[in-house]
Ligand binder design. Structure first.
Ligand SMILES: [Zn+2]
Length: 278
């Protein structure tokens, strides 16, 4: 079965809710996104993997050739918002505006996004109206609802499912989780992915596939930066951004070599996991 590799194409300083990293400061910070995303493109090429690259609109405006090169390498382009803000911080009208700006920025590079991923998994019970805006913009896939506590909810389905909205259906494709010691571990992204042994991740992927569902992994270019810049972050964000970055590129290579990965829509199409509309 084909699994989904997803890449959130953002700068190392695109961290939500940190005043020192406000968009007004971004132009003054050293950009790393072009070089580090190209490292991921090379890794995909070497492991014969394809992916959905959710690109921040602000990045697409500054690095249009990068977006064109991602597409030329056979990957899919999605939106990761325009200014990398959380949906529930933007509010309903602000979210719709940010989404439209990101689509315009991607379209200016020649891409037409059909998929969306909210920064920090910020479509949850506080912001389900965001799915209406996604459907209104004729995007068909959302991958923003994490079945874990704090950022999402352990009650959310773990397999692709259709969500009905006021503007039509949206296919929701959640990221891979695992049950460990009575907790739900984000084994498909962030600190959960970076701190897991590749063999453990591959076993979890295989279990999902045996149950008929594709596994969805998420990585960021800054996670494989050989020389990552750091700033002082609050504890939770420090963990999410900096915990066990060391050696991650090598572990990711092992994972990509151990299973088949494609863009998110192709992975869903290859499975029989679709639940009825909720
Ligand atoms: Zn992000």
């Amino acid at each position: 079965m084909l699994n989904a590799l997803t890449v959130d194409v953002e700068e190392w300083f695109h961290v939500c809710g940190v005043p020192a990293l406000d968009p007004a400061c971004w132009e003054n910070l050293p950009s790393r996104v072009d070089a580090t995303t190209r490292l991921l493109l090379r890794l995909c090429e070497q492991t014969d993997s394809r992916a959905t690259f959710f690109v921040v609109g602000w990045v697409a405006e500054r690095w249009p050739q990068l977006v064109a090169d991602i597409r030329a390498a056979g990957h899919q382009i999605g939106s990761h918002g325009h200014l990398h803000a959380r949906a529930y911080d933007l509010g309903e009208a602000g979210f719709a505006e940010d989404l439209r700006a990101s689509i315009a920025a991607l379209e200016a590079t020649g891409a037409r996004p059909l998929c969306y991923r909210a920064p920090e998994w910020s479509i949850n019970d506080r912001s389900l109206w965001a799915l209406d805006a996604i459907a209104r913009e004729r995007l068909t896939v959302d991958a923003s609802m994490a079945p874990v506590k704090i950022v999402g909810s352990v009650r959310y389905p773990r397999t692709p499912h259709v969500r009905t909205t006021a503007a039509g259906p949206v296919l929701e494709v959640p990221p891979l989780v695992a049950d460990r010691f009575g907790q739900v571990l984000p084994i498909g992204w962030g600190w959960g992915l970076r701190s897991s042994a590749p063999a453990a991740v591959l076993r979890t992927i295989e279990r999902a596939n045996q149950a008929g569902a594709p596994a969805v992994l998420t990585v960021h270019p800054w996670e494989i930066d050989p020389d990552p810049p750091r700033v002082a972050l609050p504890l939770r964000l420090r963990f999410a951004h900096y915990f066990r970055l060391s050696g991650f590129a090598g572990r990711l290579r092992e994972i990509l070599e151990g299973a088949r990965f494609g863009p998110i829509d192709a992975a869903v199409a290859s499975s029989h996991s679709l639940l009825p509309a909720s």
